[in-house]
Design a binder for this molecule. Sequence first.
Ligand code: SAH
Length: 349
Amino acid sequence: MHDDRTDLKGMSLAELEAFLSRWGKERYRARQISRWIYRRFAEDFSSMTDLSKDFRGELSRECRISSPPVEKVEASSDGTEKYLFRLEDGESVESVLIPEGDRRTLCISSQVGCALMCGFCATGAAGFRRNMTAAEIVHQVCFAVKRLEERAERLTNVVFMGMGEPLENPREVSRTIAILLSQFGFGLSGKRVTVSTAGVVPAMLALAKEYPVSFAVSINAPRDEMRSRLMPVNRKHPLKDLVAAMKRIPLQSGRKVTAEYVLLAGINDSEQDAGDLARLLKGARVKVNLIPYNAHEYGDFTSPPAEIVDRFRDVLLSAGIQTITRERRGEGIRAACGQLRGEAEVKTP
Ligand code: SAH
């Protein structure tokens, strides 16, 4: 049966305050509840012992705290874990936890499926189902933080690099970021929250004005004709506009925008492509993340051999561009970049 009580998960502190003030409650109540939801992961109101019994009763009648179950946890031999969440309407999404030294990075989804149809990405191959709500997006973080706490570990970074294009769902993504950065939420610094985009230029600039988060831009091709073929979004927001926007993002000193570049053998991996990319990025404060293509059954690309990847990197390095090759993580559990699909391949009746 549909539960029409107001879901408090997904509300930022400001939203909780506004909601409770309509009930005539004091402002500090919102901070208490925010901490219960995002720091202690309460799933009902009975545990909120610093609230009066009457207030807790009132809350349980009118409100709820959604908590989509995790149906599947898969672990890769490199320590990477993938979680499959079952959402209330039966859809599913995935998140990936990536341990790396002292870092614990959670890669979260922001849409069920994706509408952008980038030719090399498995999420896009299944098409677009719907936007996720802030409650669903932030729940992925609640789940991971709680799981890490059980092993006395802490989440250090969140990246919007899972399923979907975060900037095609700007409202819910922005509400989520408010919670991630709030001291009554997850208290993460904007440096440690990265929004990755295929290049939705206006939404990127708007979000950069709103929050001091980090940005990653999936460039993937150094020239428009190639990029438009691989990423149809380029027809709307061509490289010139995209790179101009990357240069306009306000950055704290020493910080850079990440340019992601998926290497596809024989397509975008030549020395000339590397040279063109270096020229394209000239004057931008960027670091390049090279991502050798991860294979999946919805695309017929292949990953270039290591020598080609190194040659591509060296061209960028000699042009003075900080460049790293992203290590492949989550092998064996289809948790690498571009492989997340939820259960899109399984038809639900
Ligand atoms: N829509 C956002 C968030 C997804 S991030 C974006 O495009 O940035 C996923 C990253 O993985 C993107 O940089 C994308 O270019 C890359 N990617 C997609 N498919 C891939 C694949 N098969 N192998 C390697 N990287 C891939």
